[in-house]
Design a binder for this molecule. Structure first.
Ligand SMILES: *[C@@H]1O[C@H](CO)[C@@H](O)[C@H](O)[C@H]1NC(C)=O
Length: 212
């Protein structure tokens, strides 16, 4: 009897440290080494996330969309619904009429222990290959800045080019991440950084570019 109790406690303890799992219904979840789990949608579709795990305090975290042109918090919240799926203790998040500015990382976390989390990156294909941004550059640590050329679809990195004042920067793609953009070493540009005009292009559609 005592042994059984100990085993039950152990199973419970192991379960409680298992991270929640986030999934998407009706759209295939793909996976890539560089960005993990991701889903691709077209504008106006609906996405339903389900988060499950041995926790009763699961909550969704939304991407930071504050610099996405076209993002409006009020209309966004009108398209979002988050409920508990009582049968299973799961948490369900539905976003209707998705927009390209909804592109970003959606996570599910245990409130008490936020290191227990799981993330899916969502790309929403719209009219732009890059999410139009209201800011040109993001500081990133002391040494780096980020040119926020984030794509609205999972394109081949080799097809994304970075230009500085019209000059192609070779090998920039090794510092490229679909989710954040191009990381640039500040030291290369010294004080000139703020005068430099960065631009990203998608080779397959040269008209698709982000002016920074
Ligand atoms: C998710 O967990 C990882 C470690 O497993 C942690 O680095 C990250 O900050 C967590 N995310 C959140 C939103 O707390």
């Amino acid at each position: 009897m005592k042994v059984l109790l100990i085993i039950l406690l152990l199973v419970y303890a192991i379960g409680a440290t298992r991270p929640p799992r986030i999934d998407v219904e009706d759209h295939p979840v793909q996976e890539h080494d560089s960005i993990g789990k991701f889903v691709e949608l077209k504008e106006h579709q609906t996405i339903i996330f389900k988060c499950s795990g041995p926790h009763d305090d699961l909550e969704f975290k939304f991407p930071d969309m504050s610099d996405h042109k076209g993002y409006n918090e009020v209309t966004y919240l009108n398209r979002v619904e988050e409920v508990n799926d009582d049968d299973l203790g799961d948490r369900v998040l539905t976003i209707t009429n998705v927009q390209q500015s909804d592109t970003g990382a959606y996570s599910c976390i245990s409130l008490e222990q936020s290191s227990l989390n799981d993330t899916i990156y969502v790309f929403v294909h719209g009219e732009n290959t890059f999410i139009p941004s209201i800011i040109a550059m993001l500081s990133y640590g002391d040494e780096d800045v980020m040119v926020p050329c984030r794509t609205t679809m999972f394109v081949d990195k080799n097809d994304i080019e970075l230009y500085a004042d019209g000059q192609l920067i070779k090998n920039a793609m090794k510092n490229y991440d679909h989710r954040f953009g191009y990381k640039i070493d500040k030291n290369i540009y010294d004080e000139k950084l703020s005068d430099t005009r960065f631009e990203c292009k998608y080779k397959k559609e040269p008209n698709q570019r982000v002016f920074s």
